[in-house]
Write a protein that binds this ligand. Structure first.
Ligand code: CTP
Ligand code: MG
Length: 231
C-alpha cells in the first residue's frame, strides 16, 4: 500500500536524497548527516509534510540505506522510500515511477534544501494549479558575475539583472515531468532543465532564503544558526 498524507491533496513530492555529499566532506550520505541533532532528510520531510496540498511523498534514498531511511521517516510522516540511482536524475526518475495514481501535480525537492518552508511548497504547487506546466522558485543574483576563460582571465561582466539563482521545490504538471524524464538523454542538475529541452515554458515564482542548498560545511553551519535564531 502506498502511504499518503492528505488523501484529497493533488500534489506528490519527490525527494532526491541519494547523493553522497562529497562537497560536505567525509561522512555519511548528506541527507543522513545531522543538522541540530536530526538528519537533513528528517527536516526536509517534516516541512514538506506540513504543506496541506501534499498527498504523497516519495524519497529516493541511498541504495544501502533504504531500510534505515524507512525506519527514520516512519515517525515523521507517511512516506514511500525507493532506492535512488547513480545520478540525481536517476533518483528523481525512480521516485516518479513510485507515485500512485491521483496527484496531478508533481514537485521535486532536494533533501539538501532541508529548511524549505511549507509555504514555498504550497506557492509552487499553487502556480502549477493555476495553469503553468512548469514552475521554479528563484532568487535574484546578488553578486557581480564575470565570464572567465579557462585560465581565469575575465572575458566580460554578465548582466545580472537577467539572471536568477534557482531553488527547489520545482513544480510540474505530472504528465509534463513524466514526458521530460522519458525523453531525457544527458543527466542535468535540475528537472526544469529537462522540461526546457521539451520546449515547455518554465515560470519563476519568488524563492526563499530558507530553501538554501546545504552543499559545503559553511552551509551546514549557517543552517544550524538559522534554526537556533528561529527557535
Ligand atoms: N541526489 C540523489 N541521487 C544522486 C545524487 C544526488 O538523489 N545520485 C540528491 C542529493 O541527495 C541532494 C540533491 O540530489 O538532495 C541535490 O544534490 P547535491 O546537493 O549535489 O547533493 P550530493 O550529490 O549528495 O552532494 P555532492 O554533489 O557534494 O556529492
Ligand atoms: Mg551532487
Amino acid at each position: 500500500m502506498t502511504a499518503q498524507l492528505n488523501p484529497c491533496g493533488d500534489v506528490a513530492v519527490l525527494v532526491p536524497a541519494a547523493g553522497a555529499g562529497i562537497r560536505l566532506g567525509p561522512g555519511a550520505p548528506k541527507a543522513l548527516r545531522p543538522l541540530a541533532g536530526e538528519p537533513l532528510l528528517v527536516h526536509a520531510v517534516r516541512r514538506i509534510a506540513a504543506a496541506p496540498s501534499v498527498h504523497t511523498i516519495v524519497v529516493a534514498a541511498p541504495v544501502a540505506d533504504v531500510p534505515a531511511v524507512r525506519d527514520l521517516l516512519a515517525p515523521v510522516a507517511p512516506v514511500t522510500v525507493v532506492p535512488g540511482g547513480a545520478q540525481r536524475q536517476d533518483s528523481v526518475a525512480a521516485a516518479l515511477a513510485a507515485v500512485p495514481a491521483g496527484p496531478g501535480i508533481v514537485l521535486v525537492h532536494d533533501a539538501a534544501r532541508a529548511l524549505v518552508p511549507a509555504e514555498l511548497v504550497e506557492s509552487v504547487a499553487a502556480a502549477v494549479r493555476s495553469g503553468h506546466d512548469a514552475v521554479i522558485p528563484v532568487l535574484p543574483v546578488v553578486d557581480t558575475v564575470k565570464e572567465v576563460s579557462a585560465d581565469e582571465v575575465v572575458r566580460g561582466t554578465v548582466d545580472r539583472s537577467v539572471l536568477r539563482a534557482v531553488q527547489t521545490p520545482q513544480g510540474f504538471r505530472r504528465a509534463v515531468l513524466a514526458a521530460a524524464h522519458a525523453a531525457a538523454v544527458d543527466p542535468l542538475t535540475d528537472d526544469a532543465g529537462l522540461v526546457e529541452k521539451q520546449g515547455v515554458p518554465v515560470v519563476c515564482v519568488p524563492g526563499s532564503e530558507y530553501a538554501m542548498k546545504i552543499t559545503r560545511p559553511f552551509d551546514l553551519a549557517l543552517a544550524e544558526h538559522l534554526l537556533t535564531v528561529r527557535a
